[in-house]
Design a protein around this ligand. Structure first.
Ligand code: NAD
Ligand code: 0WE
Length: 264
């Protein structure tokens, strides 16, 4: 029996078979969870349906987190489908592409700043507020972050600020929801070649630097992030909340890699 048997999970952010949310959905399904997938817009609806079917489920709901009406209708639709919810996975980020290159101060704008924070951080708060009533006997919420929240990274720019906000969001939501037995955590994943990472200038070089620097000597996979997500949202992690767990092959723990001293 899987460690999520009988749990009901809402997973946002599956856009392709490379999405981190897909790795999470697959791991949760494997461990026995029942899933509903949400998708951003009608263009992605067909794919979401296909991904749900691949895991043996058929319920998908449109939820563009920039629309309060979509978040409200997600709540109503889910209440009709399930009496209670155990797990919410937030795997959504967006900033205008033009702001993800060059120097932060040269590319940031008022509207790009607002969009990045709204879609990448506020949306977690909004989903938590909408779905809290469906977790009357406790539950678990999870989001995805990146080390650019803690350290400046070339090109990550306004997304770094939005991820810093998202990580603080995790701590404040954990404080708000702890008394109700709802745990809230984040995973800070190493870089993975997903849709959101494609077309990023210098991504290949950055992936190589990670592989050279991380103690494990390689990048991480959506399967590895998925397994950690399944753990954090299960009873195995019942004592963990407000935490950001790195799934990055140890990259964040390194000062100077031995490869530097070796000259390799
Ligand atoms: P992805 O492109 O597969 O997923 C991003 C998702 O965000 C898509 O499904 C997209 O539909 C959704 N989205 C964007 N705007 C939305 C909106 N208005 N409403 C609803 N959904 C919206 O890429 P991914 O890499 O799997 O990204 C998932 C999460 O993981 C993001 O939070 C990202 O910041 C984070 N992350 C990614 C990496 C990486 O290197 N790929 C590393 C660490 C963290
Ligand atoms: O969080 C992310 C990606 C977030 C993202 C990606 C895009 C591309 C398409 C947010 N908004 C958009 N908007 C678009 O129009 N990552 C951790 C992956 C990532 O993105 C980078 C990275 C890495 C790693 C951007 C610059 C530098 C490194």
């Amino acid at each position: 029996m899987g460690f999520l048997t009988g749990k009901r999970a809402l997973v946002t952010g599956v856009a392709s078979n490379r999405s981190i949310a897909w790795g999470i959905a697959a791991a949760m399904a494997r461990e026995g969870a029942e899933l509903v997938l949400t998708y951003e817009n009608d263009k992605l609806g067909g794919r979401a349906q296909k991904f749900a079917a691949e895991l043996g489920f058929d319920k998908t709901v449109r939820c563009d987190v920039s629309q309060d009406s979509d978040i409200e209708s997600l709540q109503t639709t889910l209440q009709e489908h399930w009496e209670q919810l155990d797990i919410l996975v937030h795997s959504i980020a967006f900033a205008p592409r033009e702001e993800l290159e060059g120097m932060f101060l040269d590319s940031v704008t008022r509207s790009g700043f607002a969009t990045a924070h709204e879609i990448s951080s506020y949306s977690f708060t909004a989903l938590a507020r909408a779905l809290r009533p469906m977790m009357p006997s406790g539950g678990s919420m999870l989001t995805l972050s990146y080390i650019g929240s803690q350290r400046s990274m070339p090109g990550y720019n306004v997304m770094g600020l939005a991820k810093a906000s998202l990580e603080a969001n995790v701590r404040y939501l954990a404080q708000s929801l702890g008394p109700e037995g709802i745990r809230v955590n984040g995973i800070s994943a190493g870089p993975i070649k997903t849709l959101a990472a494609s077309g990023i200038k210098g991504l290949k070089q950055m992936l190589n630097f990670y592989e050279d620097t991380a103690p494990l000597g390689r990048g991480v996979t959506i399967e590895e992030v998925g397994n950690t997500a399944a753990f954090l949202c299960s009873g195995l992690a019942s004592g963990i909340t407000g935490e950001i767990t790195y799934v990055d092959g140890g990259f964040n723990t390194v000062g100077i890699s031995p490869n530097v001293a070796n000259g390799s």
